[in-house]
Design a protein around this ligand. Structure first.
Ligand code: ZN
Length: 223
């Protein structure tokens, strides 16, 4: 079953409000984001260009608030490959990531920038890192917007694609994380607090390598 089919076929309340429809649209966009790197890794540049070019047409860059920018800097610093880069390399990566996110998930621009960096191990990790940084920012944007709209609860949504930090060589920790995220599918949590997984409160898409997202059920709106 394709992930798109899964999105539409799950036994959940039908989208009856604009908020829920917006969530559905956001999930589809996120799914597009998660689909691009495989195409990039396969070096199918023609199809990657098409997908990348179709992203973010309706994305308002003002959604990338100062909070999101500050968070992006922290997220980059937490990635192993960036622990030893100099300031110039860091700013180069940050600028590319900000552009990528401001376009609503243009992974190709970030993937290309990362791959061209003179940083050990970055080449093979570029797709993973581009996807992670986009997912983390999109997750934060949606969380903050939901909270601002008075929506306090969400349900964890495991897309069916493994949550691994390193897709080429998943570690034992990656496998444990993926199992925890798969088990979290459908669980309700407070958006402001997150769900307790592996000893830490977290929300979907926020941990490096996590491709999970969330649903807002009609019954949870305004609770
Ligand atoms: Zn996950």
């Amino acid at each position: 079953m394709s992930i798109f089919s899964k999105l539409f076929s799950r036994s959940q309340p039908r989208p009856t409000s604009s908020v829920v429809q917006e969530e559905l649209a956001a999930r589809i966009q996120e799914e597009l984001v998660t689909q691009v790197p495989e195409e990039l890794v396969a070096q199918d540049s023609a199809s990657a260009d098409i997908v990348a070019g179709s992203l973010g047409l309706d994305f308002d860059p003002s959604r990338v608030t100062q909070d999101v920018r500050d968070d992006l800097r922290r997220n980059i610093r937490e990635i192993e490959e960036f622990k030893k880069v100099d300031d110039l390399q860091f700013e180069h990566a940050y600028s590319a990531a900000l552009l990528s996110i401001s376009r609503g998930g243009d992974l190709k621009v970030l993937y290309d920038a990362l791959k061209a960096m003179d940083v050990p191990g970055m080449g093979i990790r570029s797709a993973d890192i581009a996807r992670t940084l986009n997912n983390q920012s999109m997750a934060l944007i949606r969380q903050q917007e939901n909270l601002k709209n008075g929506i306090k609860f969400a349900r964890w949504f495991y897309l069916g694609v493994p949550c691994f930090r390193n897709r080429q060589h998943p570690s034992a920790d990656d496998i444990s994380m993926n199992e925890a995220h798969q088990a979290a599918d459908g669980k309700k949590y407070k958006i402001a607090k997150g769900l307790l997984l592996q000893g830490h409160y977290t929300t979907p898409g926020r941990i490096e390598g996590c491709l999970c997202t969330f649903n807002i059920d009609v019954e949870d709106i305004g609770l």
